[in-house]
Design a protein around this ligand. Structure first.
Ligand code: NDP
Length: 369
């Protein structure tokens, strides 16, 4: 096999660097200007709180409108991302390495003592670069952790849209591609619609910003979650109507459980008396919700997410394991995360956690696990 074309397609060009920097500049400038709900983050150990401007949905819609206009005026090629996928991947990877080395240096030099910027170096360069030194590093007032996760989720949608337009241009648009695109688009739009929920997730409140998180946000999310789309560009799949209907059902059920469970917990944390499914919630020790999805299985939100992930792959049929990369990865990640979260909750909530586990014995999958 001639490796030269592959190697060549991985070398960053000025076009891919320009595309990436334009995308980040847009996110930084428009993200600071466009209106959005200001959401206070969790209270940090020193009593301070960050405030997040949750305007991701508007930012995304304006970006798509601008790209649409750019395409009409022949300023941007609609298939540029699909045509330069590998090059953009390597450019983003190099960017992640460089920016995290910079974060490492800035973090080491920081003498700030507030919870967001206090350096947490161990002295081991690899460890500190990988896990990060500071909790919430900023750049001209922009919270970089929130910025990168937003960039990754939007990047995923932009890659998908470019793949869709390439399939259209090549007269290769199949039902499978349409289903995959609809499911991912709904999931990503939903993510930005509920962007404020992100402000209380583990990554935002507890992880420091190092290579692990930046790589995960900028490279892993957009480039590996879109594998099914890339795969469908090069493989033709014909599924029966019954298979397509079943696929829609998997997405729908997964989505309802995923969003419903996350929303119930979010609402409960804000108002522990708010009704769940129209009834007063069952609450354990005043702190743990044992109603709704949280009364059926602990972490039923993970089950919903897994079903949604599966629905992204099912349109590809079962002829290859490659499109199943995302659901398999997510299964491993969420089972591992659930165990770590269980251990954390057991330590935090002590006997009321045991009481909750006795009342709700299932973890993720009711009656099975
Ligand atoms: P959760 O939203 O499940 O949060 C877990 C925390 O919720 C616990 O630490 C505890 O925190 C609280 N909690 C747990 N049980 C209860 C209960 N019964 N009542 C009240 N509070 C409870 O976890 P994540 O932040 O990991 O996940 C959020 C979403 O993101 C999930 O839907 C997940 O599927 C998704 N996700 C997706 C990934 C992807 O790659 N697609 C990767 C990771 C997550 P506290 O101390 O606040 O009480």
């Amino acid at each position: 096999m001639d490796v030269n074309p592959l190697v060549n397609s991985l070398i960053p060009s000025s076009i891919s660097v320009g595309l990436l920097l334009s995308f980040f500049t847009y996110l930084a400038v428009a993200g600071s200007i466009l209106p959005g709900k200001i959401v206070p983050g969790v209270t940090l150990t020193d009593g301070t709180r960050l405030h997040y401007r949750c305007n991701g949905l508007l930012l995304l819609l304006v970006l798509i409108a601008l790209l649409g206009i750019g395409t009409q005026l022949d300023i941007v090629s609609p298939t540029i991302i699909a045509d330069r996928g590998l090059e953009l991947l390597s450019t983003t990877f190099v960017f992640s390495v460089l920016v995290t080395l910079l974060l490492y240096v800035v973090g080491c030099k920081s003498s700030d003592q507030n919870s967001s910027l206090k350096p947490h170096g161990t002295g081991n360069l690899i460890h500190d670069w990988w896990f990060g030194i500071q909790l919430n590093p900023q750049f001209f007032g922009i919270d970089l952790k929130f910025f990168f996760v937003r960039a990754g989720m939007m990047g995923w949608l932009l890659i998908n849209l470019s793949i869709l337009l390439k399939a259209l241009k090549d007269s290769n648009l199949t039902q499978s591609m349409i289903l995959y695109q609809i499911f991912c688009t709904l999931y990503i739009i939903d993510y930005f619609f509920y962007e404020e929920f992100m402000t209380s997730t583990w990554d935002i409140i507890a992880e420091r910003l190092g290579f692990m998180l930046v790589f995960g946000d900028l490279v892993w999310i957009p480039y590996t979650f879109s594998i099914q789309g890339w795969w469908l560009l090069h493989n033709k799949v014909e599924l029966t109507t019954a298979a397509n209907v079943a696929n829609c059902l998997v997405f729908f059920i997964g989505y309802v459980v995923f969003r419903g469970a996350n929303k119930q917990k979010h609402v409960f944390k804000k108002d522990p008396k708010a009704p769940i499914w129209g009834r007063p919630p069952k609450v354990i020790g005043g702190k743990l919700l044992a109603s709704g999805y949280w009364g059926i299985a602990r972490h039923s939100n993970y089950l919903g997410d897994l079903l949604v992930a599966l629905s992204f792959s099912l349109p590809c049929g079962i002829s290859s394991p490659i499109p199943y990369f995302y659901p398999v990865y997510l299964l491993i990640l969420l089972v591992w995360r659930e165990r770590r979260d269980e251990a954390r909750c057991a330590q935090k909530y002590k006997e009321i956690w045991n009481e909750y586990c006795n009342l709700v014995p299932w973890r993720i999958l009711p009656y099975v696990y």
